[in-house]
Design a protein around this ligand. Sequence first.
Ligand SMILES: [Zn+2]
Length: 339
Amino acid sequence: MSNRNYFFYGLFTLLFVVQSVGCQTAGRQTDFIDAAIQRADDDQHGFIQLCLPVGDRRIVAGPSKIERVQRPMPPAARAFDNLYFVGNHWTHAWAITTSDGIIILDAMDNDSDAQHIIAAGLIELGLDPKTIKYVIVSHGHSDHYGGTRYLQEVSGARIVMGEIDWQMIEAKKTFTPKPNRAAPPDRDIAVVPGDSIRLGDTRVELFSSPGHTLGTISPVFTVFDQGRPHRAMLWGGSSFNFGSSRPEQLDAYIDSTRRAIDYVRREGVDILLSNHAIYDRSIDKLSAISATPDMPNPFILGSEAVSNTLQVMDYCAQATAEKWLQTHPKNPKAKQGAL
Ligand SMILES: [Zn+2]
């Protein structure tokens, strides 16, 4: 073969290899989406939304952040004997009541949310915001830590966050704050994998679930439904908004969902919550309870159903990983919804 022929032979071989790898990843991407859709069929959550960035037409996007923020505020409500919802359609906080005060999980966007939604909601529910002892922040994004300063001012509560996320927000401290967003809290209690927080008769385990951020924590605790105990996990960080330039975070996410499935089965976790209602459908479930108080509590789904939902999240993460393989490195930052 002449040099010229070698050149064309080499070029065609290369094109063939590139095309087949492309087809393979596209095929695997569809397989993961198919698997996620199949699993999500009888899912009582909205985590299938995590597959949206892949762009499969079968997955329909829910309302945007703006639409969700502007919707009329849902009422503060009681989900379990010792667990209360305060929030809007975009993001929310959970309040766990204990024998020695309140533990708040996540603090919404800013001081105003903390005052008019979290504190006002607690008062409406007959709870005293001054008795908040801990605010556990799932991860270092402002829509979860934004209200911490206000809550700390009102109650003197300690702020708990993963060590890696404290470092993350500290590194960004010089950034100009966006309108309506409070400054991050000052470093307080930093937790590492395996840590838990105890208050009175209640222990909250902090399951380490890096991915959405590298220091995300997912609190696990006991709730009581008319006196009967159940185990709940709040998935701390959901979307893949870190973008395709950080595939290692997607790998961490996939690893976290798998460890969570083992944990949920082993520990009998039968409730999965979120800090965004689009994922846990908490507002729909609470309005169902309010309409039919005698119905079985719709938050209680059983360990298998919770594992199934975590599997949907895992498949969506894998489908996204396949998509990023196709687009990387030309697409350094995937444009995705910011949760
Ligand atoms: Zn976030």
